[in-house]
Structures are given as C-alpha cells and as structure tokens.
Design a protein around this ligand. Sequence first.
Ligand SMILES: [Zn+2]
Length: 174
Amino acid sequence: MTAAATATADGLGRMSVHHVDQAAPEVLLSRLEGVQKAGRGHRARCPACGGTSRKLSITEADGRVLIHCFGGCETIDVLQAVGLRWSDIQPPRHWPESPEERRQLRRAAREAALITALPELAYATAVVRLAAQQLHRQHALDEADYQTLLKAEEIIGNAREFFCESKRLGVAHG
Ligand SMILES: [Zn+2]
C-alpha cells in the first residue's frame, strides 16, 4: 500500500501539497482499460489517443513511474485523461518541473518501453512461425490459436509505432 501525505497547514498557514510518498503505478493502472502484464511492466489502451491497441507502456524503475505512449502522447495528457496529476503517482522528488527534467523523464520512459517491447517482439515472431508451420501442414487454426496470432500482430504493430516514433523524434540517431 502507498501511504499518501494529507494536506495540512503548517504554523504559517501554508498548505503542503497532497502527494504519494512512493511510486504508485497501481493508481494509474486502476483507471486504465485493457491492462496486461508485459515484461517488468504493463501495457494498456491509451486514454488520451484511444484506439483498441495497447499503446501505453507503464513501468516502474528507480522509484519512478515511467509512462510512454507509442502513439506519441505527452505523459501529462495521458494522466489528465484519467483525472490524475504527477503528485498522484510520483513522490515530489520525481515530479518533472523543468523542461530538462521533462525531457529526461520522457527519454527514460521511452527506453523502458523499448526494453519491454523487445521480448514481446521475440514472442510475436515465434507465434507467427508456429502459425505458419501449422497452416503449411494444412491444420486450420482454432479460435485460441487465432486469438494468439492476433495478439502477435498487435505486438508487431506496437513495435512498428515505436520505431516510426523514434525515427520522427530523431532518437534512433542519438
Ligand atoms: Zn496516446
């Protein structure tokens, strides 16, 4: 459980901000749709740009919640779409306040999303190979196989979006 500091007035009448005192990805996850475990994190539908594929990657590292949308959404827009602020999921030392801190957090979130996407891509490749072998032997795919194949297609599509986005932002070249 994550303890939340409550708003209290100090002797001077200043209000301290209500915030969590440790990374709380579960607060965000509970408000998302289509949440699925992926690697060390989760994937879900993006509440900001919509669609049915799981474009959103949510991971936790170094006491921070790292959020990345493969559709290119800004993290703050993702949070606002489900009525959250940084203070609801991140302790104050990790609130990105300057442009440089926001850039740094975006970069870390993108890298975490990629690390999650690579094993998924290996899995998707194996699924496609098995389905191809099965069809080649003229065994029809049953419903479960078909759903697995669709999931593989989604993973490949997400990876494609990631690389398109990386190219657009110039990330691939440093
Ligand atoms: Zn999005």
